[in-house]
Structure formats: structure tokens, C-alpha cells
Ligand binder design. Structure first.
Ligand code: EPZ
Length: 418
């Protein structure tokens, strides 16, 4: 396992280019299962998670080739419809193959993902919705067995919580279903819009893009397509917060400022100077950090995937910040590690009360999940002294070349074999 060593106290300057979004690439890759032929996906990040889903698709008989950030995928000859536990347990987003496999092949056997560090992460919304479309669902031996005679049938689906991957699973399944499907209380994350664009390009008719109600007119067959993965708004947000922590003046390029409305509003209230371009954001810190309160919400609210990172920033402010995590039940794993660096944080149920002390000190810390590890990097960039972050395989799931990109901005950061 690798570790990352950071010497804090170096402001960041220059430009950093954001990669394609992990949470868009994964559903787009799963959607290639819906149609035979060669699909072309551009701006696909090279991450542990994108490599994992390609390994999973290979077990189905999918051919693929990567040329830089372009991924070409051919699912013409699907010979297997089982997603095994040993792969699914490493990446719960594997559940995204369930909808496409049932829709295309009439059957699927996908391991239940099990929990993860940030919560139980059930998939009951996915399963109930597939039943609404006519699939027969059986849970046994830790697997979901789904099957349908002939085609799935269009129906109405209502999500109690606007689940991102459940919305994506049903969007894909409904695109090959007979008739019309309506998804109510659908998630509205930009990654959903990227998937809608791909499915429409493949031949589905979909109304309501960007809204919480999606209407999908299924097609009998879909065609292979070329699609561009949208920029990673969470990676972009992580760099903006890092400049808040370390100080400096950075332009984040190849990003979409419109995908970060809540974060940009909060960072301006913190006191950072933010300039929005067409596909770039310039961020400068030239004064003390003010504390702000945060409540994570489904898009367009404040992203839960940026909660750990902004908490690290709030430990450096000079006031009190209350951070409410409303999406996941256990997404404060980074708190204990930040406390080792001198942060003053008290957890009260789903809230973390941060008393900003204005400084952190370097220490050996451990990554526990993807965004917690990003939070520790943010903290380390600002801490006095050196910080060693172990178990960075968590970080490698969702950030492409993070230490290379930060080094180019002037950070003193390196990776070592543990
Ligand atoms: C997606 O996870 C993202 N992952 C997560 O990013 C992100 O944190 C999350 O959406 C929220 O924005 C991908 O897109 C691959 P949900 P997902 O279903 O779809 C409950 C990262 O760091 N729920 O929107 O799994 C669930 O427990 C990752 O990149 C059910 O109860 O999240 C949670 O409380 C972490 N039953 C809430 O809904 C279900 O069937 C929202 O979860 C599904 C979800």
C-alpha cells in the first residue's frame, strides 16, 4: 500500500486541469451494455474505480481499448450476466450493471454490494423500481437474481430519496423497456444529465432532463454512440477548497462552474475570491477564513462528497462551523484523523461542530474512504510540519494523479511505497 507525505505551508499557484467525472464515467460505461457495437467515451479518467468496472465488464465478455482518455467499448457478445462478490465488494457502483443487464439480456445476477465505510448503502430503491418495470427479483446467497420474460415494461417509479445510482439504473433499464417509464423524485446531479444525453444519443426518447421527473420512452433496440464524460465537479471543488486551506491563487480549468453553485456560494462567504469563467474557476485567498455552516443536500444543494474537504477548511477558520451530514449515516470518519492534526471538532449525531483554531499540525494519519482521504490532503497542505497519509488506495479510487497535479501548483507532496 502507498502512502503520501505532505510538507505543509506552501501556497498554491498556477493552473490545474480537472479530469472527467468518476461518477459520470461509471454509469456511462455501464450504459454501453445496452447496445451492441463499438461505443466511444471521451474524457474518461484513469482511476481505480474505472479500471474496476472495466474488469467487471470483461467478465461479461465485453471488449475494450483505452487510448489516453478515450475508452472504446464493445458489448456485442455478452456471454455472462453475473457480477461476482469479489469485484462488487471493491466498488459498490457495480450495482449500475443490474439495470442494463436485465434490460438487454432478460437476466442478471449481481452480488449485493454490502456496506462501506460511510454507511449501509442499501439498494432497495433500485430493486423495487426494477420490480415496477416487471422484473422478478430474488435475493439469495448474497446475490440479487433479476429476470424478466421478454422485455421490461414501462411503469411509474417514485424514489423516497432522490438516489443518484438508482435513478441511473432505472434510466438505463427503461431505455430498452416497452412503453413509457416515469421516474418521480429523480436525482438531478449533473452526472444524470450526462447519462440522459448518452441514452438519447443511443436512440431513447427522454423528457425532463435536469428535473426531478424523468419520462423515458423505451426503444426496441439502441445503437452504439460517442459521448464525452463531463468534468469532475468534486475534483474541481476539492482543488478550490485546497487553495482556501493552503492559500494562493489558482485557476481550475476544464470544469463547469455551473455544477458547483452551493460550494462557490459558501467559499465566497468564507472570504475566498472566486472568478467564474466559461469552463474555468479562479480562486484566491488573500485574507482570514470566515467560518460558515454547511448542510449536505441532494443536488443542487451542497454535495456530500465535498463535506469532508470543507470540514478540513473550517478547522482553519477562526469561528464556529456546524456541518450537518444529511445523506449518509457515517460520513464523519475523517473527524478522528483531523483531530490528530489538532482540529477541535465535536460530533453530535449527524452534526459536527468545528471550532476553528486557525492552524493544524502535521501528523501520521490514515485514510478511511475516498473523500476522507481528500480531506486529509487538504488539511496536510495547510498544516505546520509534515503529514503522512496511509492507505491512499482510497484516494486513487477518485482522483487522477492528485499529487502530480498538486506538485505542479507548488505543493511539497510525494508518494512512497508503505
Ligand atoms: C452516489 O452514490 C455517488 N456514487 C456517491 O459518491 C455520492 O456520495 C452519492 O451519490 C450522493 O450524492 C456514484 O455516483 C458512483 P444515493 P449512491 O443512492 O447513488 C440511500 C463518491 O465519493 N439509499 O444517492 O450510492 C443511501 O443510503 C461517492 O464519489 C437507500 O436507502 O447514493 C443514502 O442515504 C460516495 N436505498 C441516500 O439514499 C437505495 O436503494 C442517497 O444515496 C439507494 C440509496
Amino acid at each position: 500500500m502507498d502512502k503520501i507525505i505532505v510538507e505543509g505551508g506552501h501556497p498554491l499557484h498556477g493552473e490545474v486541469r480537472v479530469s472527467g467525472a468518476k461518477n459520470a464515467a461509471l454509469p456511462l460505461i455501464a450504459a454501453t451494455l445496452l447496445a451492441p457495437g463499438w461505443h466511444t467515451l471521451n474524457n474518461v479518467p484513469d482511476l481505480r474505480d474505472t479500471r474496476t468496472i472495466m474488469t467487471l465488464l470483461e467478465t461479461f465478455g465485453v471488449e475494450w481499448q483505452r487510448d489516453g482518455s478515450t475508452l472504446r467499448i464493445n458489448s456485442t457478445n455478452l456471454s455472462n450476466c453475473e457480477a461476482s462478490y469479489d469485484l462488487v465488494k471493491t466498488m459498490r457502483a457495480s450495482v449500475l450493471v443490474l439495470g442494463p443487464l436485465v434490460a438487454r439480456m432478460g437476466q442478471a445476477r449481481v452480488s449485493l454490494p454490502g456496506g462501506c465505510a460511510i454507511g449501509a448503502r442499501p439498494i432497495d430503491f433500485h430493486l423495487q423500481a426494477l420490480k415496477n418495470l416487471g422484473a422478478e427479483i430474488v435475493l439469495e446467497h448474497g446475490y440479487v437474481e433479476a429476470r424478466v420474460e421478454g422485455r421490461l415494461q414501462g411503469g411509474t417509479v417514485y424514489f423516497d430519496i432522490p438516489s443518484v445510482t438508482a435513478t441511473e439504473n432505472i434510466l438505463m433499464a427503461a431505455s430498452l423497456a416497452q412503453g413509457v417509464t416515469v421516474i418521480k423524485n429523480a436525482a438531478r446531479e449533473p452526472e444524470i444529465g450526462n447519462l440522459v444525453d448518452m441514452l438519447v444519443g443511443m436512440g431513447a426518447t427522454i423528457e425532463g432532463r435536469g428535473s426531478d421527473q424523468l419520462t423515458i420512452h423505451g426503444a426496441k433496440k439502441l445503437q452504439a454512440v460517442e459521448i464525452e464524460v463531463i468534468p469532475d465537479r468534486i475534483e474541481a471543488g476539492t482543488y478550490l477548497i485546497a487553495v482556501g486551506a493552503a492559500g494562493g491563487d489558482v485557476t481550475v480549468t476544464n470544469c463547469n462552474p455551473g455544477h458547483l453553485p452551493a460550494l462557490l456560494d459558501k467559499l465566497r462567504k468564507v472570504g475566498l475570491k472566486i472568478e467564474e469563467g466559461k469552463d474555468s474557476i479562479r480562486v484566491r485567498r488573500d485574507g482570514p477564513l470566515r467560518s460558515v455552516d454547511i448542510t449536505t443536500m441532494p443536488y443542487p444543494g451542497f454535495a456530500t462528497d465535498l463535506q469532508a474537504q470543507i470540514m478540513a477548511l473550517m478547522t482553519l477558520s477562526n469561528g464556529l462551523s456546524v456541518i450537518n451530514e444529511t445523506i449518509f449515516e457515517n460520513r464523519f470518519m475523517h473527524v478522528a484523523e483531523l483531530q490528530r492534526m489538532g482540529a477541535d471538532i465535536r460530533i453530535d449525531g449527524h452534526s459536527a461542530i468545528v471550532s476553528g483554531t486557525g492552524k493544524l499540525t502535521g501528523a501520521p494519519v490514515m485514510a478511511t474512504d475516498l473523500r476522507a482521504s481528500a480531506s486529509l490532503v487538504v488539511a496536510a497542505l495547510a498544516a505546520q510540519g509534515t503529514t503522512e497519509i496511509s492507505r491512499v488506495y482510497h484516494l486513487d479510487r477518485g482522483y487522477e494523479n492528485l499529487e502530480v497535479k498538486l506538485t505542479k501548483l507548488g505543493a511539497v507532496i510525494r508518494r512512497e511505497k508503505e
